[in-house]
Write a protein that binds this ligand. Structure first.
Ligand code: ZN
Length: 288
């Protein structure tokens, strides 16, 4: 992508460990529990755990060199800035105000309002309690570069998808997930099907943003679009489950199939119209 001279976001919270002088991240899990306990002892409510949307899991343990990591940190900040421009305009169109999320860059483990997480188990994710996107750059680059041909847009799509979850949170589209979890439990078809809808909508939103990015800045090449579309099927539940255990069980899907993820991202990329994607939340599940 053409990113030279592009604005960087002021919403990046860099909590990565620097060499041997590792900065302490968050309060650590112990800190979180102690705070919750104190709040509880004082008779208050324990902190809300919030909704967490986690994406591609990875066991990548390769170490990406620090120069590549620094370059990717800069790019992620530029991607985020571009999503801020896009969504601010989209919210304005309907008389709304876009409250920007933060992007937290971390190394290995992080404590959030949605719990304590290890990058290798969780991949990039969004936590609504913090209104933050969390990314371990080393894990992300190692994971995707091992999968096939990568380019800036492959990584930009990840930021676009996670920011898409933030938009869903602001628009109340995520609320129903909490309702389904509360009423039927997180293993229920009701909850899992809503999860698939929310994930496909985030793919669609990522596509809409990429459409804006290219229209505004002429920044994306056809080759990058091809590579990014080629990468989408590797994010499908059927692909991931077959790879892990040899078969796929559609009743346990949380993100949608390879074909669905490819198709909804592509639709967003072609239309650039977020409003048209809301049909994902209302159409019959078997037609998604
Ligand atoms: Zn997601």
């Amino acid at each position: 992508m053409k990113l030279d001279g592009r604005r960087m976001s002021t919403n990046v919270d860099d909590r990565r460990k620097k060499g041997s002088t590792a900065a302490k991240v968050g309060g650590g899990i112990g800190g979180g529990i102690i705070i919750a306990l104190i709040v509880w002892l004082l008779g208050g409510k324990a902190p809300d755990v919030g909704t967490i949307l986690q994406d591609v899991q990875s066991t990548a343990s390769t170490w990406v060199d620090s120069k590549t990591q620094e370059q990717m940190a800069t790019k992620c900040s530029q991607f985020l800035a571009s999503t801020e421009d896009f969504w601010a305009e989209e919210f304005e169109k309907v008389g709304g105000y876009y409250r920007q999320p933060k992007l937290v860059l971390y190394s290995d483990t992080v404590t959030t309002g949605c719990g304590h997480h290890q990058a290798k188990c969780i991949g990039p994710f969004y936590c609504s309690a913090d209104e933050c996107v969390f990314i371990d750059i080393n894990q992300m680059v190692a994971h995707y570069s091992a999968k096939g041909q990568v380019c800036d847009l492959v990584y930009a799509e990840i930021i676009g998808h996670e920011v898409g979850h933030h938009v869903e949170y602001l628009r109340g589209e995520m609320e129903k997930m909490n309702e389904m979890a509360y009423r039927y439990g997180k293993e229920s078809p009701q909850f899992l099907q809503w999860s698939v809808r929310i994930e496909l909508l985030a793919d669609y939103y990522a596509g809409c943003w990429a459409h804006f990015e290219d229209e505004r800045f002429g920044s994306i090449s056809d080759d990058e679009i091809r590579k990014t579309l080629d990468m989408m099927p590797s994010k499908g539940d059927d692909y991931i489950q077959k790879k892990a255990k040899g078969y796929a069980n559609p009743e346990t899907f949380t993100h949608g199939t390879s074909e669905q993820r490819y198709r909804w991202f592509k639709k967003g990329l072609e239309s650039g119209d977020p409003a048209a994607g809301r049909v994902i939340l209302t159409m019959p599940y078997d037609q998604l």
